[in-house]
Design a protein around this ligand. Structure first.
Ligand code: PGA
Ligand code: ZN
Length: 442
């Protein structure tokens, strides 16, 4: 980078404020101003089904606002992060993130708070891009050395687990449309499926509302009923399940299991790890499922390895709670054969640089990458740009409703216009799964 750029991208000022997320909870926004006058702003998202090894959000505790206020985290930005960053070069993302990590000094970022750190780290990224006069996705691609690519979406139709009062055990019932030729076509096909699902559920008295990530809040009697309804919705939308459209599940098994035991509350039964793997195996055989996230709990490496040995050559198997966007855990999972894809959530890691490192490590091991939102979100669209600039291949932000979700999809549509049609990852993101091989045959 030229010397002139360094002067322009020097950080002059930093502001932190309390703002609100899609669950009505307080969260933290950081705004950074560079010497050139360029500004960058970002908001921390918040998870509800959090991994125990992810960066900790600093919350005030106590009775007010359910204990989730962020006044301490906001003060920490003003008192500790602002003096640390003032005068530094915003274009030096790695140096700034290293300084944030050193200042925090804890394993799970509990001193400054992962929420304060991620908002500051992403705001730096935005400010540097603005000062350079390039779109955020381009700035990320320059930092990572990756070719920008528009991701294949993974879109929720029904919510469950911690996002829908545990009305079904499985957390996310999603579709992917790897057979569509463009991002725009994926959204259109998915919107038809979402409408069809709602109509079927309403007719059968199974529609209870809308879940945290915008998917329907179901009142099904079993997890299988959800899968049957999803297949029916895909067909009602005029599609043949397994052709253009496939199913993707986030089991989020850490939410209902530990120590190799799993409690399916909806069906009132307890399974051991082998029985859960058998159950998932029956679903994989019966339904066109191409991707499964956290099939076993975060403490169940034995189960993850056994599951991946059985299904890793057919499916995308994603570690979310299991990997918490941690490069060292990705290394360990690759060595053990415990999954073959990583969910990338910047606030699990706590900084942009650690997320970039995790994505790079995943690529080295041949893991697929899925950039992901949290269940508590805002209008912040940084992750759309990250997915493109990391060349991650896939993006998961919840459903095709609610503005904190559609903001991300709509930003991708804008980026699509700038990138041109050749840059869409599409079905190639599922190469190596049964769907990808089917594509090879035709
Ligand atoms: P969370 O879950 O954002 O509520 O933690 C999302 C996911 O498990 O993918
Ligand atoms: Zn998950």
């Amino acid at each position: 980078m030229k010397d002139a750029d360094i002067v322009d991208t020097a950080i002059e000022g930093l502001t932190a404020r309390r703002v609100w997320d899609s669950r009505g909870n307080p969260t933290i926004e950081v705004e950074i101003r560079c010497a050139s006058g360029a500004t960058g702003r970002a908001i921390a998202p918040a998870g509800a089904s959090r991994g125990t090894r992810e960066a900790i959000d600093l919350r005030d505790g106590g009775d007010r606002l359910g204990g989730v206020d962020v006044r301490r985290a906001v003060s920490g930005v003003t008192d500790m992060i602002a003096p640390l960053l003032r005068g530094r070069d915003a274009a030096d993302q790695a140096g700034i993130d290293a300084a944030l990590i050193a200042c925090d000094g804890t394993k799970l970022k509990s001193k400054l708070g992962g929420n304060a750190m991620v908002a500051a780290s992403l705001a730096v990224l935005h400010a540097a891009a603005a000062a350079r006069g390039v779109p955020l996705w381009r700035h990320v691609a320059d930092l990572t050395g990756q070719t920008p690519s528009l991701p294949l979406p993974e879109i929720q139709i029904f919510g469950g687990g911690a996002h829908a009062g545990r009305r079904v055990d499985v957390q996310d019932f999603m579709v992917m449309v790897p057979g569509a030729g463009s991002f725009d076509e994926v959204l259109e096909v998915t919107s038809e499926i979402y409408r069809a699902a709602g109509a079927i559920m309403a007719r059968k008295g199974k529609l209870a509302g809308v879940a945290d990530e915008g998917g329907w809040w179901p009142s099904f009697d079993s997890n299988e009923e959800a899968l049957e309804t999803l297949v029916a919705a895909i067909e009602a939308a005029g599609e043949t399940p397994g052709e253009r459209v496939v199913i993707s599940l986030d089991i989020a098994a850490s939410e209902f299991g530990s120590n190799g035991r799993y409690r399916l509350a909806l069906e009132d039964r307890e399974l051991d790890r082998g029985q859960l793997i058998d159950l998932l195996g029956r679903w994989i055989d019966a339904y066109p499922i191409a991707s499964i996230e956290d099939p076993l709990a975060e403490d169940d490496s034995e189960g993850m390895v056994a599951f991946t040995a059985l299904y890793g050559d057919r499916l995308q198997i994603i570690g979310d709670d299991y990997l918490v966007t941690n490069a060292a855990l990705v290394d360990a999972a690759a060595a053990a054969g415990a999954c073959n894809a990583v969910l990338i959530k910047v606030n699990q890691a706590g900084t942009v640089s650690e997320s970039i490192e995790c994505a790079a490590r995943a690529r080295k091991h041949g893991f697929r990458g899925i950039v992901s939102a949290r269940s508590g979100e805002t209008e912040d669209v940084s992750i759309s740009h990250l997915a493109v600039g990391l060349g991650a291949g896939q993006l998961k932000v919840g459903s095709i409703t609610r503005s904190e979700r559609t903001a991300k999809w709509n930003e991708c549509l804008r980026i699509a216009g700038a990138l041109g049609p050749g840059a869409y990852a599409g079905g190639a993101a599922l190469a190596g799964t049964w769907w990808g091989r089917k594509g090879d045959d035709t």
